[in-house]
Design a protein around this ligand. Structure first.
Ligand code: SF4
Ligand code: SF4
Length: 475
């Protein structure tokens, strides 16, 4: 290797090294029908300790139907072992769509003059949060465009404080994840102090040249500053970070290798990989036509990407949004996705009041338009337990502490009972009668699968207390 690839380097172009990605892709291409190698990689993956980006790239390229089925089967098993049948629920909350950047795939880009620009006041945030609480949400992902004048860090911090302070009926937002533009160590420290859960930032594309072309103007144009953001976030004390790419901008094989190299980098430098990986695909939106991006991926490829990520980084949660249709979500839930949004509005202020059509402020068109209650019911009918759990970061289980519990499998002792208790809260406070009926049966059927009898006993007692009006039990 004559190029400068170093997962432990702090420099973007060394830990996401272009030549290393090209070498990886050519290695994968050469070996995509190498049964012996594929079997060795699958055997390693079965140990559930993950794969390198090179190994995972070979699996992604593999075209032998029986081997592809083995990859899918292993992904399903790993999903079951680490995440059981639980799916964590969340909703995005858009604070502001003012943006100084020029991202060509996003309707919030600065030059778009026909989108309605909005920024929520603290009172409007209150209304949004009450509407979200009334749906049953406990976990939010905060979204805002980059604009130092309209949404400086102080505005984001004030908004987080407002969100956590609202207690409406039995509602509470217990975890605020934040997806804001790459910023300084000092600002990350402030976000940490404000009590955020995960800091989420999508790379969009790991391909530097394409990145610069797709982000022609604004601070986001700086590839290295953007790519090194998670390092600064971790330096600022945020130990749960969420990475992702926008599939469709560049060749998916390239992005896949980049994503895994980013995860390897965080693990090498900070001893803990990303908390989550998001897999958005480009969608239609105001001023944006996805067909202008010629790297779109089919549902079949998308499914394969999800399966290969699951096998390569078993401990990392995987998130999918309402960009994807019900049918597509159903396919990828089985293969590895552990968190989904439900009842989402992608416009600024879309929860408290539906936005009139002429005032479109949405970031993308939603494919799954169902209410949260419909999504909850659908999940249960498919045999999943919708979970509103937010326990870990509130119990200080973050970063390497979380990862070691995850790796030892002990986290299951918390996830399962917490899923049942938070679902019970949802059923008591927000569910439609039909949803409630299905949910009660599901909870009764699932208590028995809590491994420790002592924990089963506590859960049974807490479920009775929840019926009496108590809230927020957690392990
Ligand atoms: Fe702004 Fe983010 Fe949209 Fe880019 S992707 S235009 S940074 S809101
Ligand atoms: Fe997530 Fe922790 Fe709750 Fe499990 S216990 S669902 S890992 S927050």
């Amino acid at each position: 290797m004559s190029y400068n690839y170093n997962p432990s380097s702090k420099k973007a172009e060394e830990f996401i090294n272009h030549e290393e990605i090209l070498e990886t892709l050519s290695y994968a291409e050469k070996n995509k029908n190498n049964v012996e190698l594929i079997d060795r990689i699958l055997a390693k993956a079965r140990l559930r300790k993950g794969l390198s980006h090179r190994e995972a790239a070979v699996l992604l390229d593999c075209e032998i139907p029986e081997k592809v089925e083995e990859i899918f089967e292993l992904a399903r098993q790993i999903k079951q072992d680490f995440y059981g049948n639980r799916i964590v629920m969340f909703a995005p909350l858009y604070l502001s769509n003012y943006c100084v950047n020029g991202c060509v795939y996003c309707p919030y880009h600065m030059k778009n003059k026909h989108i309605a620009r909005k920024k929520l006041t603290q009172e409007e945030i209150r209304q949004e949060v009450i509407a979200l609480q009334d749906m049953g949400h406990k976990r939010l992902a905060l979204e805002t465009g980059e604009d130092p004048v309209n949404s400086p860090i102080e505005y984001v911090l004030d908004s987080i404080r407002t969100i956590y302070s609202i207690k409406h009926k039995n509602g509470a937002i217990r975890r605020v994840n934040v997806n804001i533009a790459a910023t300084t160590v000092e600002n990350y420290r402030k976000l940490k102090e404000a009590g955020i859960g995960t800091y989420i930032l999508f790379q969009e594309t790991y391909h530097k040249e394409s990145y610069e072309r797709l982000h022609p103007t604004g601070p986001k144009h700086n590839y290295c500053y953007h790519t090194e953001a998670m390092d600064r976030a971790m330096e600022g004390g945020i130990d749960d970070v969420g990475i992702g790419v926008l599939f469709g901008l560049e060749l998916y094989r390239y992005e896949f290798a980049g994503l895994l190299m980013h995860a390897e980098h965080l693990e090498a430098v900070f001893g803990v990989g990303p908390h989550t990986i998001s897999v958005p695909r480009i969608r239609r939106a105001d001023d944006i036509d996805p067909s202008t991006f010629d790297n779109g991926i089919s549902d079949d490829i998308f499914e394969k990407i999800v399966a290969c990520i699951r096998v390569a980084v078993p401990y990392t949660g995987m998130i999918i949004s309402t960009r994807e249709s019900k049918a597509c979500r159903e396919r990828v839930l089985r293969l590895g996705v552990s968190q989904i949004s439900g009842g989402s509005r992608t416009s600024v202020g879309g929860y408290a009041e539906e936005e009139p059509e002429e005032e479109n402020s949405a970031q993308f068109d939603v494919s799954d338009n169902r209410t949260l209650d419909q999504v909850v019911r659908w999940l249960m009918e498919l045999g999943y337990i919708p979970s509103f759990c937010t326990a870990c970061y509130r119990e200080g289980r973050t970063g390497d502490r979380f990862m070691s519990l995850c790796k030892s499998g002990q986290i299951q002792n918390c996830c399962h009972p917490n899923a049942l208790m938070t679902l019970k809260e949802y059923l008591e406070d927000y569910a439609a009668p039909g949803t409630k009926e299905i949910g009660e049966k599901l909870i009764q059927a699932e208590i028995g699968s809590i491994p420790k009898e002592k924990v089963q006993e506590i859960v049974r007692k807490n479920l009775v207390e929840i019926e009496k009006g108590q809230r927020d039990f957690r392990f």
